[in-house]
Design a protein around this ligand. Structure first.
Ligand code: CIR
Length: 240
């Protein structure tokens, strides 16, 4: 994983520390009541720890994506196999479409799809058609500043959206109650709501307090080594 793609200027990840942080992350999910299935390391793909990008798992079907980053395309082989144990309905995004599911934010049965350098319009429209086939809906959101949609925005259920930067003023999110993450803590906009608790990255006290003031218990996990590869809390798991 130390050779993963990055735009951050934070140096190479420390592998041992990353393993340690990964174990803490798994424990946090378990503490929130989840059963965690841990996949084998896929040593051919340095970014494969960011499993979120390779599949969208809905209540009715799984969609195996086609990552926009070419070096990540082969990650889907192992993910497809793992997902097949839980889903009988498996759909796929086809060329020239690209989708990375870090660009997808679920709000009930609606899915916001970020159009980014990794997710293109063809991929997004394939995905919207697939969602509709199963009685769900999707819509696109243009991104200008961040890697993935969920780099800058997280749905915390109960109509609450945690947002930073460009997402604070997007019309698409006007109907939600917005929790605004300050620019100097922008990394903390990627949090995950799990069974009522919000797992937050360690080291961002203002955002942690903001979430707690909105009524959520929080659990802080240090993911500094994954941040060095532009990855966050949501990227490290597929939650279904
Ligand atoms: C990448 O650039 O693809 C990885 N280094 C980071 C992916 C992060 N995933 C996510 O935000 N869902």
């Amino acid at each position: 994983m130390v050779n993963g793609i990055t735009s951050a200027n934070l140096g190479k990840p420390d592998y041992e520390r990353a393993l340690h942080q990964h174990r803490d992350y798994i424990r946090a999910l378990q503490n929130c009541g989840l059963e965690v299935i841990i996949l084998e390391a896929d040593e051919n793909y340095p970014d494969s720890t960011f499993v979120e990008d390779t599949a969208l798992l809905t209540p009715y079907c799984a969609v195996i994506t086609r990552p926009g980053a070419e070096s990540r395309r082969g990650e889907i082989t192992a993910i497809k196999k793992a997902v097949a144990a839980f889903y009988s309905q498996i759909e796929t995004i086809e060329a020239p479409g690209t989708v990375e599911a870090g660009d997808i934010m679920q709000v009930g049965s609606h899915f916001y799809i970020g159009l980014s350098e990794r997710t293109n319009a063809v991929g997004a429209s394939q995905l919207i058609a697939l969602l509709q086939k199963y009685g769900m809906t999707g819509s696109t959101v243009a991104l200008d500043e961040v890697l993935h949609l969920k780099t800058g925005v997280a749905y915390l259920e109960n109509n609450n959206v945690l947002a930073c930067g460009e997402f604070i003023t997007k019309v698409e999110f006007e109907k939600f109650s917005l929790l605004q993450v300050e620019e100097d803590e922008s990394y903390a906009a990627n949090c995950i709501w799990v069974n009522g608790t919000v797992i937050v990255p360690h080291g961002f006290p203002k955002t942690k307090r903001l979430i707690e003031d909105a009524g959520y218990p929080t659990l802080a996990i240090d993911v500094s080594e994954f941040r060095k590869l532009d990855g966050g809390l949501s990227c490290l798991s597929l939650r279904f």
